[in-house]
Design a protein around this ligand. Structure first.
Ligand SMILES: Cc1ncc(COP(=O)(O)O)c(C=O)c1O
Length: 395
């Protein structure tokens, strides 16, 4: 067999889709550091340090805080299948593609009653309706997506945990699109299981799922009547690997963990608060530019998550074609929509190392350039509007 492919020909893109985001050069260096064995004392120290760094980013004191091998979806699946047992009820707030994935996972579970609290895409799920469902069904778990990447909506979480805990339910939160970029104080919010992905606001390569589990949730998992149906995703076993004895469960993805640890150190060096503010600033600049051009956002005003800006394509413009043109001509990646919105919406990430002024400007100028070909006359200049936001921020 012959092949003319080589990693040397991998294009260096500007990644402005909602994940993966670009890697900081230090994270790239971490990926080519010398490989050690997964029981090497250096690596075991790195596991301990990574757990501490994750506690810092999740704003939690949970002992069971670590990174699962696998993408964000492994965190989602692990959270659900560890907490739910046959005979249990789960309430899922669903107004987007990733919430629907949680429904799909739960519907595969043996004898779990899945109660969906539906919402409209582009809006959060109604908080009061969700609370009422929790009171009525008294479920084992309530699952919500913090930042719904398919719609750009942030689901308000304040007060939800109290309602869950008052009926004995655990609160599970998908923070795949938000951890490290959007405020999410896990302990203050009373979240029991929170999972994320390495490749979005943390700007590490895809392939790891940070997760944190409250003592209450861990006790519930340990008291299960039946073993977790997946041996590989059994959170108790992962807690053993990341605990003081580092009990073997799998061969840790050493280089990926070097990269995650380095990405987390960068978060700490930047400071969590300044980092969240940076995401808000670039998101505001991008939104201002989009609106100045006369384009409409999909997510309802007041509920827009800073890490994902969703934009409706103008009438007669294919979102998928424009996405390809931006990639080919401007070297910048944004995403088209998901589900019914596949060809009518763009999803632009404002995440981690990619969340920079130059990248925001490039997306806006690229969109202006490409859309003009479709006869779309922008109402005003997107880049000027974004520049005004930046000027205001430094004034
Ligand atoms: C909110 C949300 N949940 C879950 C996932 C799944 O993560 P992954 O693709 O890393 O498995 C994603 C991915 O985009 C996401 O945005």
């Amino acid at each position: 067999m012959t092949t003319n492919m080589s990693v040397k020909s991998a294009p260096e893109r500007i990644l402005m889709a909602p994940g993966p985001s670009n890697l900081h050069p230090r994270v790239v260096q971490a990926l080519i550091a010398p490989l050690v064995g997964h029981k090497d004392p250096y690596f075991l120290d790195l596991l301990d340090e990574t757990a501490d760094l994750l506690r810092h980013v999740f704003c939690t004191r949970n002992a069971a805080t670590f990174a699962l091998p696998g993408t964000g979806g492994s965190g989602m699946e692990a959270a659900l299948i560890n907490v739910l047992q046959p005979g249990d009820t789960v309430v899922i707030a669903s107004a987007g593609f990733f919430a629907q994935r949680m429904v799909d996972i739960c519907e595969r579970l043996n004898d779990v009653n899945v109660v969906v609290v539906p919402g409209t895409w582009g809006q959060p799920v109604d908080h009061d309706v969700l609370l009422e469902a929790v009171r009525q069904h008294r479920p084992r778990a309530v699952a919500v997506v913090h930042g719904e990447t398919s719609t750009g909506v942030e689901q308000p979480l304040a007060g939800l945990a109290d309602s869950c805990h008052s009926v004995g339910a655990l609160l599970l939160v998908d923070a795949v699109a938000t951890l490290g970029g959007v405020r999410l104080p896990v302990d203050d919010l009373g979240i029991d299981v929170c999972f994320s992905g390495s490749q979005k606001c943390l700007s590490a390569p895809p392939g790891l799922a940070p997760i944190t589990i409250s003592d209450r949730a861990l006790a519930a998992i340990q008291a299960r009547r039946t073993p977790v149906q997946s041996w590989y995703l059994d959170l108790g076993l992962h807690a053993g690997l990341w605990g003081p004895d580092h009990t073997y469960h799998h061969t840790s993805p050493v280089l990926s963990l070097y990269a995650l640890a380095e990405a987390l150190r960068i978060v700490v060096e930047e400071g969590l608060e300044p980092r969240l503010a940076r995401h808000c600033l670039h998101s505001a600049a991008l939104s201002a530019g989009i609106e100045a051009m006369g384009l409409e956002q999909f997510a309802a005003r007041g509920f827009r998550v800073p890490s994902v800006v969703t934009v409706l394509a103008p009438e007669g413009v294919s979102a998928l074609t424009v996405r390809t043109q931006l990639l080919d001509e401007v070297n910048v990646e944004i995403s088209a929509g998901l589900g019914e919105q596949a060809d009518s919406m763009w999803r632009i990430g404002v995440m981690g190392h990619s969340a920079q002024r130059a990248n925001v400007m490039l997306v806006l100028s690229g969109l202006e350039q490409v859309l003009s070909r479709y006869g779309y006359a922008p109402r005003g200049s997107g880049t000027s509007a974004a520049a005004a936001v930046y000027a205001g921020a430094t004034a």
